[in-house]
Design a protein around this ligand. Structure first.
Ligand SMILES: [Ca+2]
Ligand SMILES: [Ca+2]
Ligand SMILES: [Ca+2]
Length: 376
């Protein structure tokens, strides 16, 4: 009798699972971003901010932040350790946008209408554009060829410069039509050479090729998925995702390069994962996002973690920013060590390495397996 009942239950369960699978509606892939770490706090000291605005990630992985009211920019490692602060009131007046080219040169826009460049040691090098050329240079981006793109917030246009500073082209006029702008704010370039502009006053993102030909656009005013309320920062990761700081909605949205909605996170507030009028945004790797959480005087970091070998979404069980629960079952245990050891190549190829590089040497290796085992 007992056996019969057990068989019936198993059969019912199997049937239930079949029915469940058969009737599950197709749901668009939605990505989940996890909080990794945050740093900052209000003030003039090293590692503190007074209105962090533009955020850029260098090829080295260093994170550059335009520290607006402190008239400087600061450099951090990928986890937020302070490396340097450069500029100062004699050199920068309320810096806004920032980008870093392939040689580690920082390109910084400021309220005085300048786009200035600084070497990897902070030395002032020169600039882009001529005095008075910009109404209000704001967003700065650099492409794979080290060409520089600048949005002009009041001129309602984009200008593109060669690495040597020669003006190559420009596009945009005031308005709400295709290719027109209303206070263009952030700008980003992806690996395919596409240029993304946060067209803040039109509550949309517009995409252009490297010569300014319009390719795509998405958005509209509102607070639903894919809508914006004054989008400010825009950034791309190495896999072509587009991240937008949605200023008045106090959130970040993620899209693919054609505007397909992938994810959204954040509400207004001061807690972890909440924002106060975020403006700057930078991205690196596959889904690692650095947000200039302006009103909270901090940078918050988020990353896309995906399931490893059929497990759940990996997680950080103790809040140190390292994902020790590799199989996503809610705890760090020996199964995580085994899975990690068996999937090192896959993790390297598919996960944000920063989350799984326990010993911080920049790669996934056996030393991390040992670290995870010892961490149990
Ligand atoms: Ca952890
Ligand atoms: Ca686990
Ligand atoms: Ca490692």
């Amino acid at each position: 009798m007992h056996t019969w009942a057990g068989r019936t239950s198993a059969a019912a369960l199997a049937l239930f699972i079949l029915l469940l699978c058969g009737t599950m509606p197709a749901v668009a892939a939605m990505e989940n971003y996890s909080f990794v770490t945050a740093w900052g706090g209000a003030g003039p000291g090293e590692g503190h901010f007074s209105g962090p605005l533009g955020v850029a990630v260098a090829r080295s992985g260093s994170v550059y932040v335009a520290d607006h009211l402190n008239n400087r920019f600061q450099v951090f490692d990928a986890r937020g350790a302070f490396l340097a602060a450069w500029g100062g009131a004699a050199q920068l007046s309320l810096p806004w946008g920032i980008a870093v080219n392939g040689s580690g040169v920082a390109i910084v826009s400021d309220y005085a209408g300048r786009v200035q460049t600084f070497g990897p040691d902070g030395t002032y090098l020169g600039g882009y554009g001529t005095p008075g050329q910009f109404g209000y240079p704001l967003g700065v981006a650099v492409d794979g060829a080290d060409c520089v793109y600048v949005t002009d917030y009041v001129g309602n246009c984009v200008r593109k410069f060669a690495p040597n500073g020669t003006l190559l082209t420009g596009w945009g006029t005031p308005g709400g039509g295709v290719g027109e702008f209303s206070n263009p704010y952030g700008i980003a370039s992806d690996r395919a050479g596409r240029v993304y502009v946060a067209d803040s006053g039109n509550n949309r993102v517009q995409v252009f090729d490297e010569n300014g030909t319009y390719l795509a656009g998405w958005g509209g005013p509102g607070a639903r998925d894919g809508e914006f309320s004054y989008p400010t920062g825009v950034a791309t990761d190495n896999a072509g995702r587009v991240f937008v700081a949605d200023y008045s909605n106090n959130r970040v949205q993620a899209f693919d390069g054609n505007g397909t909605f992938l994810s959204v996170w954040g509400t207004e507030g001061t807690e972890i994962g909440q924002f106060s009028h975020p403006q700057g945004i930078g991205a690196s790797g596959r889904g690692i996002v650095y947000v200039g959480d302006t009103g909270n005087s901090r940078v918050q970091v988020f990353a896309l973690a995906v399931a490893v070998a059929g497990g759940g979404i990996p997680a950080d069980t103790d809040g140190d920013g390292l994902f020790d629960d590799v199989n996503g079952n809610g705890r760090a245990d020996f199964n995580d060590v085994v899975l990690y050891f068996n999937q090192m190549s896959w993790i390297t190829a598919n996960e944000p390495v920063i989350l799984f590089d326990y010993n911080g040497n920049g790669r996934i290796d056996f030393a991390d397996v040992v670290w995870l085992f010892n961490h149990l």
